[in-house]
Write a protein that binds this ligand. Structure first.
Ligand code: 5GP
Length: 116
């Protein structure tokens, strides 16, 4: 499967549509999910083109995981969370809707029902 430069997250990276940025470095960008499934639900993406986990390079994965680690710890404090769910969907059959690699960070609280 190829990378479509018109996907929503590519447009966010190019500044063509707005987002609520929570973190940025040379390799990654993170922003709040527009339809949060828990308070603090945010998304981490590489700045370089990548469709999903199936075509991700070791460098893209390492950079994303560094940012995930930083933001997951930040979310624990900022949202008083008890835990974190990290999600990644690849291809439509895997639940992917936006075809630019992204990791969902979902802060969780004790007793909170675990959704999808
Ligand atoms: P997935 O591809 O992992 O199934 O889900 C894509 C995620 O992107 C969804 O959680 C959805 O709410 C989020 N999303 C879709 N469009 C936008 C958008 O324009 N802005 C932001 N911030 N999030 C979006």
């Amino acid at each position: 499967m190829s990378y479509d430069t018109d996907n929503i997250f590519a447009k966010i990276l190019r500044g063509e549509i707005p987002s609520f940025k929570v973190y940025e470095d040379d390799e990654t960008f993170a922003f709040m999910d527009i339809m949060p499934r828990s308070p603090g639900h945010c998304l981490v993406i590489p700045k370089t083109p990548c469709r999903n986990i199936l075509d991700a390079s070791p460098e893209q994965l390492a950079a994303c995981m560094r940012t995930v680690n930083t933001l997951a710890n930040g979310a624990m404090k900022a949202f008083g969370a008890d835990g974190i769910t990290l999600q990644q969907f690849s291809e439509a059959a895997g639940g992917q809707e936006v075809f630019h690699l992204h990791f969902h960070i979902l802060p969780r609280h004790e007793g909170q029902r675990m959704g999808p």
